[in-house]
Write a protein that binds this ligand. Structure first.
Ligand SMILES: [Zn+2]
Length: 331
């Protein structure tokens, strides 16, 4: 096989980032998963790059159980401020609320005797139509060629015959994430018409229902909130923040009958005026911790409402677990 310089450079940068995160003063990392399934089982609702096969997840859990302290997000703040113990600590988290979290990940976690946090987006619990990102994933390849008007005040998008449409999907994701939920729903309705599909078509069973959330909790898992409609809070009008953040907490508390203390920002959860406003909404909502999707070392100075995480992706997870195994060796 020919040497792929770009791939080599990307891997080198990843390794360097993983090593830096694993060497933080708290000797702890928070891992961010989305989905457990095979490319065939998830490709109807999710980019398979965001999913890991059950067999591979099981191998990861075996490694973590044998060599690391696997903590829950409840236990993390104490670890951040305490004296760093010798063993590497790992916290497992899942974003969004795909049904495979309950059907595939939960039995494997239970078999390994480990606990994870599941951050659930709450609007799909009511609609039964799946997460809008899943709907977008299904609709983009089916859109008619021509101009697509989203009704969001921005210029129409050109839809061409390219079978992949990866750039178009990214652009649509960014445009829709910045909209308040009703405007996003209207834009999805326009896309569904262009694709000749009904709303939520093909997505039945892709997302957890309230009984699955309750079952995850009963099995000892941590349930956290992930907004109501999965917007990009850093792009969204801050007047929408409380409904998305406090609202998602209330939705989950109504199902569980107990306080929900943890939150995950959809999308990176970065810096800037609106990101600061989003953090303020998370503080107002009374969450004890909030996790982002940016990677950084953890230590006593880590903001409990902006805790960095490392994403686990199908294309790079072996590099990540190699780095975790090497860091655990140094205990
Ligand atoms: Zn998410």
């Amino acid at each position: 096989m020919a040497f792929d310089g770009r791939r080599w450079l990307a891997d080198w940068r990843r390794k360097r980032r993983y090593r830096a995160c694993l060497a933080g003063p708290a000797r702890a990392v928070v891992l961010r998963y989305h989905s457990i399934g095979t490319p065939t089982s998830v490709s109807g609702y999710l980019d398979p790059g965001l999913s890991l096969p059950p067999s591979r997840f099981s191998e990861q859990l075996a490694l973590l159980a044998a060599r690391c302290d696997v903590l829950t997000v409840d236990e993390l703040p104490e670890r951040l401020s305490g004296t760093p113990p010798r063993r590497l600590a790992v916290v497992l988290t899942f974003d969004d609320g795909y049904r495979d979290n309950h059907d595939e990940a939960l039995p494997l976690l239970a078999a390994a005797g480990l606990r994870a946090a599941f951050y659930v987006t709450t609007s799909p619990l009511r609609s039964g139509n799946g997460l809008w990102i899943s709907e977008l994933w299904r609709l983009v390849p089916r859109l008619s060629c021509g101009e697509l008007e989203l009704g969001d005040g921005a210029p129409p998008l050109a839809v061409t015959a390219s079978p992949e449409r990866t750039a178009l999907r990214r652009l649509l994701t960014a445009r829709l994430a910045a909209l308040p939920a009703p405007a996003r729903e209207a834009a999805l309705g326009r896309m569904a018409r262009s694709a000749g599909c009904g709303r939520g078509e093909g997505l039945a069973g892709s997302f957890v229902e309230p009984q699955h959330v309750a079952a995850l909790r009963s099995a000892g898992m941590v349930i956290g909130a992930h907004t109501r409609s999965h917007p990009h809070l850093d792009l969204l009008d801050p007047r929408e923040h409380d409904d998305e953040v406090t609202g998602s907490r209330r939705d989950l508390e109504a199902i569980l009958g107990e306080p929900v203390r943890h939150f995950a920002y959809p999308n990176p959860g970065g810096s800037g005026t609106r990101a600061d406003a989003a953090r303020e909404a998370v503080r107002r909502a009374g969450f004890a911790t909030a996790v982002t999707s940016t990677a950084a070392p953890l230590g006593p100075a880590t903001d409990r409402l902006r805790i960095p995480r490392l994403g686990v992706y199908a294309g790079s997870e072996r590099l990540l677990f190699h780095a975790i195994a090497a860091a655990a060796e140094r205990s």
